[in-house]
Design a protein around this ligand. Structure first.
Ligand SMILES: NC(=O)c1ccc[n+]([C@@H]2O[C@H](COP(=O)([O-])OP(=O)(O)OC[C@H]3O[C@@H](n4cnc5c(N)ncnc54)[C@H](O)[C@@H]3O)[C@@H](O)[C@H]2O)c1
Ligand SMILES: [Zn+2]
Ligand SMILES: [Zn+2]
Length: 390
């Protein structure tokens, strides 16, 4: 139980586009018998948080605390919680999910039917607007975790906090992107986006048998990370008049077998698309990277989409996808489904997730953290957020 002294906590609070700050809020309470309250020890800022920060996501309410990537220590449990005890070190998937509905029973945790009264598409996501259920997130000292017997997992003793927090989204999402690509041995895989998700997708593509991995972005410092961390070939799209033509040229004129979109709604590279999406909000995101993906992949190939798009219509080249006979696969990542394999890969030393972490930002300075990550300052790739009591 919390004492009077602890009744307040510091939390990141949204005040409007490009405006976030740290405020005092009440420490969340158990509201349902299967809730847990977790004291956050590490959170992260994700590319998805930037869509909220930029005011792109419908029904992002002033006062909300963001943060769908967090780990911590169990502080309090509701009376029906059986799998967690106070003091346990836990990682919490970004999905809020019930574990028993039609969709959860089929492993579609990101499409849970019981956690989001507003949507027929996405399920619940911590700290991700009322479109995604209205749950406060973990960029705070404490967070309420519903369905505590279902989502959280114990962090293995051998795992560092900086690695563990990446298991709550970026790492499983990148891995999921590669899985959705249905990569078979020797495939040429192109990854659009060299952010955390793209880097993990590229690294994972090798684990699934890729013969060649090419990462595309326009930020040279991120492409350098793609060469070093993901052992990929890289391409800066600003250095080519026509990135698709160039990629065709280097893939024997046919195109790649698989393309992964790890960019999403705020893609650069086409002014009209940028203005009609980010500025005028006429479409649910700029599908530049997605359209490049559809053009880059060979006929009969697979496009895997883990970059996020909003609920509105986007001007996607669907006819070309249809006439090329493409397979399009996509979803928000069902995070917990990816954990068992990923634990093995990381424990066996295939890679260290925290190699992509560039910054540790104190929770108190989170406004600067958002600004740095959004403006891509100081070679930022993945900023982690550290509450003072962590
Ligand atoms: N499906 C899921 O479950 C899930 C989970 C996490 C993140 N996401 C989404 O994945 C995307 C990537 O997340 P992140 O954390 O890596 O974000 P990020 O913003 O750090 O990275 C995106 C990268 O794409 C690059 N980029 C912009 N336009 C491009 C273009 N036309 N072609 C190639 N690269 C381009 C940017 O320079 C940047 O490096 C976001 O849309 C995010 O919302 C989805
Ligand atoms: Zn995320
Ligand atoms: Zn469910």
């Amino acid at each position: 139980m919390s004492t009077a002294l602890e009744a307040n906590m510091h939390a990141m609070v949204y005040r409007g586009p490009y405006r976030v700050r740290v405020e005092k809020k009440d420490i969340p309470k158990v509201e349902h018998p299967n809730d847990a309250i977790v004291r956050v020890t590490r959170a992260a800022i994700c590319g998805s948080d930037l869509h909220l920060y930029h005011g792109m996501m419908p029904d992002t309410r002033v006062g909300m605390t963001f943060g769908h990537e967090f780990i911590g220590v169990v502080h309090e449990v509701g009376p029906s919680v059986e799998t967690l005890s106070v003091g346990d070190r836990v990682m919490v998937p970004f999905n809020v999910f019930c574990g028993t509905c039609y969709f959860c029973a089929r492993g579609l945790y990101s499409n849970c039917h019981n956690v989001n009264p507003n949507a027929t598409a996405v399920g619940g996501i911590y700290g991700y607007s009322h479109t995604c259920g209205g749950y406060d997130g973990g960029q705070a000292e404490y967070v309420r975790v519903p369905f505590a017997d279902v989502g959280p997992g114990l962090i293995p003793d051998w795992m560092d906090d900086d690695d563990a927090v990446l298991f709550t989204d970026a790492l499983p999402t990148g891995y999921f992107g590669a899985q959705l690509g249905d990569i078979v041995e020797g495939d040429v895989v192109v990854v659009y986006g060299s952010g955390p998700v793209g880097l993990f997708a590229a690294r994972s593509a090798w684990l699934m048998g890729a013969g060649r991995v090419i990462v595309v972005d326009h930020l040279d410092y991120r492409l350098e990370k793609a060469r070093e961390f993901a052992h990929a070939e890289t391409l800066n799209f600003t250095q080519h008049d026509d990135v698709v033509r160039h990629l065709k040229h280097v893939t024997e004129g046919l195109g790649s077998d698989v393309v992964i979109d790890a960019v999403g709604a705020e893609a650069d590279g086409n002014l009209t698309q940028h203005v009609t999406s980010a500025k005028l909000k006429l479409q649910g995101g700029s599908p530049v990277a997605l359209n490049w993906a559809i053009d880059t992949v060979r006929k009969g190939g697979t496009v895997a989409v883990v970059g996020a798009y909003g609920p509105l219509f986007s001007a996607v080249k669907f006819g070309d996808a249809m006439n090329k006979g493409l397979t399009l696969r996509m979803n928000q990542c069902p995070v917990k489904r990816q954990w068992p394999r990923l634990f093995e890969h990381v424990r066996n030393g295939y890679f260290k997730p925290s190699d992509i972490v560039t910054h540790h930002v104190p929770l108190e300075d989170i406004a600067e953290g958002y600004h740095m990550f959004s403006a891509k300052l100081d070679n930022c790739i993945k900023p982690l957020v550290v509450p003072s009591a962590a």
